[in-house]
Design a binder for this molecule. Sequence first.
Ligand code: PEP
Ligand code: MN
Length: 342
Amino acid sequence: MIVAMQSGATREEIRAVCEVIQQSGMKAVEIPGGDRVAVGVASAIPPDLRPVLTERLSALPGVDRVTQVSRAYKLASREFHPTDTVVECSGVRIGGREVVLIAGPCAVENPDQMARAARAVREGGARIMRGGPFKPRTSPYSFQGLGEEGVRLLVDAARAEGLLTICEVMDEGDVEKCAEVDILQIGARNMQNFRLLMAVGRSGKPVLLKRGPVATIDEWLLSAEYILCQDNPNVVLCERGVHPVDRTYTRYTLDVAAVQVAKHLSHLPVVVDPSHAAGDWRYVSALARAGVAVGADGIMVEVHPDPAAALCDGPQALRPETFHRLADDLRAVAEAVGRSIL
Ligand code: PEP
Ligand code: MN
């Protein structure tokens, strides 16, 4: 619910609106805007309270009109927060003019693999290194990741090259194990693991939230809302492909339009992951270029020093030299759409 004040409404009138909202047990947030202020109700409004509150607020002096925000998410919506959010992490800004590259192997495997991957990632101009210590695998017999030891290897390899780190957490316990990791990732399979969303929200760290392969855009943004309402504004959305019509040649279907739709509905930055969408290294570069062209604020790709030996997602991993070529191509695309890449 948004309460638009009349132009010239007094401070007392604005305060009275906030008080009525707070007395009803909800949080009020003032939204400045030119000569007209609005007050947003930053909590879920119980359905039975909605009409009563609307009537009370509409009757207050200085109130122009009370609008229902029809969308179920609020903190994630652009209506509530019209300007783009820039998620800042140790000097790297996601959501600004620069398109941020995130790269690294699917899974953390060993120190040599990580050192070689980190060098390749840094040489290509990526700012953030990825690598999974906790792997969500379809089969319980597949490599599950190195766990805490993997976190150590990721952090050490990335720091040696001056890179920030991101990795997926699969449960609340993983969040504590990732104290030294800069950005936490919620994987596609966990997009609606609500307790996990609240736990990463409470961590206060930036969170990259992948879209589930069968999730609607509204469901994705509601998941973002779970993190945001823990007073953690540092959420980055990630489109990584939705369930495909034809799985013969690609793993998922990159929903290119969803990048623009998400940016239209929400102020949060959006990253594109072409690797999991394609599932085949041959198509990764083209999809990454499409991601930058359609307005992504970052591109996350899987890079492995020796894809044939990878323990996870080898077929979609780029070799270092392919990644470097891609990074150069992305610079050209970024420039064409008024953006830049390191
Ligand atoms: C990953 O990034 O390694 C991963 C498992 O991706 P997703 O959750 O998109 O499948
Ligand atoms: Mn992977």
